[in-house]
Design a protein around this ligand. Structure first.
Ligand SMILES: *Cc1c(COP(=O)(O)O)cnc(C)c1O
Length: 355
């Protein structure tokens, strides 16, 4: 793939690590590439970061044809930068594209776009503890007509944002409200695709939870409102009577790469991990009889997020006395260790970038 490069004429000052939040500051450049049904993908380019000009009838603005990915570049102690399982993101993006009738990108081209862009912008990868360069590839339908059909034109973009440590004041367990009104996704819908529309549909419940002092909602399935799916925009895991239980990928759950990595680490270390249906009644019983030992969310941004309290049907259930559990802490240490290069990567998950 030929990637043209246009350098910015006014490079920005790199931010101070202590001021980094999440996704507020962007690097000097972005990657862009266009698609036309007759031409395929064309005009791959790295250009100065700028606003995107878009036709008012563009598909994405009216019909929500948009998918995205989220992954990070990590700076190791030796100064080099590495990615964590980037092919997993690329494959998932193509699965999301298939579901939304957006064009897929050949895996090797998508990887070349990502690595070329991150190598070009790598000076923006911060080095302070817990910080990283967050990468946001996204792909949207871009036909300049209001007709409803599978798109003929699309755009793929990658932007990058230096982000601060998710846990500035240590890992604090969060309070979660079990949502029994809204649903995030249904089987047969777009739950397994990482698409903007799923987020739009989740916002109301998230807002209600926040207003009541909870940081996220725990989603139940959309058909029976009975089976546990995810927590906010993270996958969820439980330790019940010594064994790990996580909802199976049923089609309405997003197949998280952190989820997959946690399962692989736990199985490799000899834990029993069940990917199966887990009903809210079973969880309620485990909370009542004391066999629920740990609960945590998992996703790229937080790695793991311990759950310290669950609220369901008017009852507050503390989990592990509101403390982070042993397995949750172990997963956090293992995954962050591999990601930042502090722990040997025996799984072959990291991809070092060229200086
Ligand atoms: C991105 C995402 C996750 C986590 O996936 P990771 O690959 O682990 O970052 C979980 N649930 C939803 C809804 C997501 O969008």
């Amino acid at each position: 793939m030929n990637i043209s490069i246009t350098r910015t004429t006014c490079p920005k000052e790199k931010p101070d690590s202590s001021t980094l939040g999440f996704g507020k500051i962007f690097t000097d450049h972005m990657f862009m590439m266009d698609y036309n049904v007759d031409k395929g993908w064309y005009n791959a380019r790295i250009i100065p970061f700028a606003n995107i000009s878009i036709h008012p009838a563009s598909t994405v603005l009216h019909y929500g044809s948009e998918i995205f990915e989220g992954l990070k570049a990590y700076r190791r102690a030796d100064g080099t930068v590495q990615l964590f399982r980037p092919m997993e993101n690329i494959r998932r993006m193509n699965n999301s594209a298939e579901r939304l009738c957006l064009p897929q990108i050949p895996e090797e081209d998508a990887l070349e776009a990502l690595t070329t862009f991150v190598e070009f912008e790598q000076d923006w990868t911060p080095s302070a503890n817990g910080t990283s360069l967050y990468l946001r590839p996204f792909l949207y339908g871009n036909d300049e007509t209001l007709g409803v059909h599978a798109v003929h034109n699309a755009t793929f973009v990658i932007i990058a944002s230096p982000v601060g440590s998710y846990y500035k004041e240590g890992i604090n367990p969060v309070k979660i409200m079990i949502e029994d009104q809204d649903v995030r996704a249904v089987r047969g819908g777009t739950g397994y695709a990482k698409c903007g529309g799923n987020y739009a549909a989740s916002n109301r419940a998230g807002k209600r939870a926040e207003e009541q002092g909870y940081s996220q909602v725990l989603w139940l399935d959309g058909v029976e409102r009975k089976y546990i799916e995810e927590v906010g925009a993270m996958n969820v895991m439980f330790k019940i009577a010594g064994e790990i239980v996580t909802p199976m990928l049923s089609g309405s759950i997003l197949p998280g790469i952190t989820r997959k990595s946690c399962i692989e680490v736990l199985k490799n270390e000899g834990y029993t991990v069940h990917e199966r249906l887990l009903s809210i009644d079973e969880l309620k019983e485990a909370m009542e009889n004391g066999t629920l030992e740990e609960a945590w969310g998992c996703g790229t941004a937080a790695v793991v997020s311990p759950i310290g309290e669950l609220f369901y049907q008017g009852v507050h259930y503390p989990v592990n006395n509101g403390q982070i559990g042993e397995i949750t802490q172990h997963l956090y240490d293992t995954l962050t260790g591999i990601q930042w290069g502090r722990v040997e990567d025996t799984y072959g998950w990291t991809m070092p970038l060229k200086k």
